[in-house]
Design a protein around this ligand. Sequence first.
Ligand code: SAM
Length: 270
Amino acid sequence: MHESAWMPTGLDPDVPSAARVYDYFLGGYHNLAVDREFAHRAEQTMPDLPLILRTSRRFLRRAVHYLLEQGITQFLDLGSGIPTAGNVHEIAHAAAPRSRVVYVDRDSVAMAHAALMLEGNDNAAALRADLRDPREVLRHNVVTNLLDLSQPVAVLMSAVLHFVESDVEAQSIVAGYRTAIAPGSYIAISQGTQEAAGERGEQVIRLYDQTDSPFTARDRGRFTRLFRGLDLVEPGVVYVPQWRPESPEDVDEHPELSCAYGAIGQKPLY
Ligand SMILES: C[S@@+](CC[C@H](N)C(=O)[O-])C[C@H]1O[C@@H](n2cnc3c(N)ncnc32)[C@H](O)[C@@H]1O
């Protein structure tokens, strides 16, 4: 598809976008030359990067399956990215057709494409917003029209909090959503870590400074502190391939090479 068919006006074609780079790595076509050129440089630095991103995406799918099994049918997917294969509403609607999903992303391409994809779908919607302001997001009518926040929901923050630099801010963002959601709700988070990535990982992190979304890796301790006030569900904080694998392709001999932690916490009932 030619770019003009999907590219919103006002984009800076010279700055790579983290959302479009991710789309490129996942095999999508909503990306520009500047994104592809960036992706090639990142891949040259760290050849496993496309695999790492696909592994992270599989965590999201398993997390949604788990949440559906717990009876959750309302999803707020923050930093949802450019729609690609295996979107949350597709996974959720396959298992529970009446489940409701709101996608939130600050990227204009991501939300323009999501809005197109969801036209005529009464159970899913897209909101262009910054997840760092939980109050604004949660009181927006796109959210309140679809999600009943007095009932348990799942808040998904998959591969996004590494775009929030400060630990204090990242913790306060999670706390903002945790406070507002009903007891029994869940928050699922995955995010990049540099612990096993070595010098190549550091180089890729520095490369992301050239995009619209600089990258902050977190170690296990910093990641775990995001879940303050939540009860971690089994198996707790692990590398993403170790989080409730469903098939042999989910697990790996070296889960640390996924360079990402994942976990789900539940807001206590009392
Ligand atoms: C790596 S993609 C992850 C997509 C999807 N969640 C997944 O796991 O496959 C990160 C997305 O987060 C979005 N993002 C980054 N910071 C954000 C913010 N402050 N508010 C909303 N979206 C944000 C980016 O635009 C990008 O689309």
